[in-house]
Design a protein around this ligand. Sequence first.
Ligand code: FRU
Length: 538
Amino acid sequence: MGIRLISIVFCSIFALFFMQCQDMSNETETMAAPELYQERHRPQVHFSPKEKWMNDPNGMVFFEGEYHLFYQYYPDSTIWGPMHWGHAISKDLVHWEHLPIALYPDSLGYIFSGSAVVDWNNTSGLGSEGAPPLIAIFTYHDVEGERANTDTFQSQAIAYSNDRGRTWTKYEGNPVIPNPGIRDFRDPKVIWDANSEQWVMVFAAQDRVKIYGSKNLKDWEHLSDFGENFGDHGGVWECPDLFPLYLAEEDKTYWVLLLSINPGGPNGGSATQYFIGDFDGQQFILDDRFQPYVKKKETGEEQAVWVDYGRDNYAGVTWSDIPKEDGRRIFIGWMSNWDYAKVVPTEVWRSAMTLPRTLTLVASAAGPRLQQAWVEEVDALAMEVQEKKSETVQDTINLIKLTPGESVVARLKLRVRSISQGITSFGIMLVNAEKEYYLLGYNVAKKHFFSNRTSAGDHSFSDKFAEAIHIAPYELVGDEMDLDIVIDRSSVELLAANGTVALTDLVFPKADFHHLVFFTDDGSAEVAGTITPLRSIW
Ligand code: FRU
């Protein structure tokens, strides 16, 4: 968006509002400390811990009507430290109840990332007849071993619960997969593979994914490795996930492998790539049509297909044991980036998760691709749905206007049509009383989505936070585009182009964004849709 348009927006909004805002800011100075969940930047519709440090989502499993969300947690600080598994449960994936810490570090090490499953047939023998145990599979990170510069300080271990995840006992035979001498050896994700009738574990080992199999979750056999020659290798591989997805158009089930990498993301720092192929009970085999997009090139120039092009969606994996009659594959990611996660300007807590997303596959000329949508439970947070009747925009129109002090927490579903020839870009702009602005849109000329937070608020805490505009390549076919956006105080999540492009970014505005504008640059477009303010989950 050009300077001309930015000034149009400011001139039209600020004459009136700037004066009111100055009054408001005097008031805030004398206000008492904010209540829990009302703190500056606190997400209102995203999960965040009550207090202290959080990173990766862990152990997501559905059991007896409850979605469990465990997470990397350090209860003594807002900076990463000895890792525990924090714990929360939900009946609807949007409202969360905090539970006591599930797993504490012990003599074998910190509790790093991992997964959980319901052992329906008690194959582990850690439950009892008719009462399946929950089994958590995690990495032990032995700090002493790390300090002593061994290469064997990470290993895979299990713990079990026979009271719906309320209390956990670590298995006495831990670790179940000792380390053979590989420095990065972590983040196990386990699934039951009905075809090969075994538990299958994937975890990250430096530059590849290791695949293991087991009949009882305790004794594991190495089956294969994947990835040394594929995808992005700009950093260490972490947090894989492997699961089947059915593609109706082809009446075929594919296997999807998610893989986080840090650094090496498309816009810097941490990000998650994915691969599509088949799993035969032994090996993950890349789909032929997918291969050209993820081949590690000999020149050192690598290619990857990314789950999310934003800077703030990392270590995401999917829920286990979603009932068959539901059938969804539900994903959640950590809404931050290792480039600056430890210094973002929040005081009581650090980090939130993305909204849960349903993953499906969609056919394309280049083969199947991942498609994302917010879980429909998010709809229950809707306050009044505001219809935006179709309107042709040349420059800007207001989508929502709040009074200073209120902030935009909303979902926008927009359909942009009749995109005129010669238009440079279109999108949304968020504005606040500090004259900060955030831009999210599509650049028709350059064929990419963009998220520009360079003037959107505080970035003094890290040189890396606002060093560039984040882009997601996409070729517009026709003259129509759909945008589904959730704005929640300090984050903006975009799902666009029928859910095939995702872009998630944090923002730390110095005052709440209270104006939301749709803009076009050097041309016009027709916009219609809904703008839905969302109510707080807390
Ligand atoms: C990913 C990660 C994992 C590790 C955990 C430690 O963000 O680095 O590889 O298990 O965080 O907290």
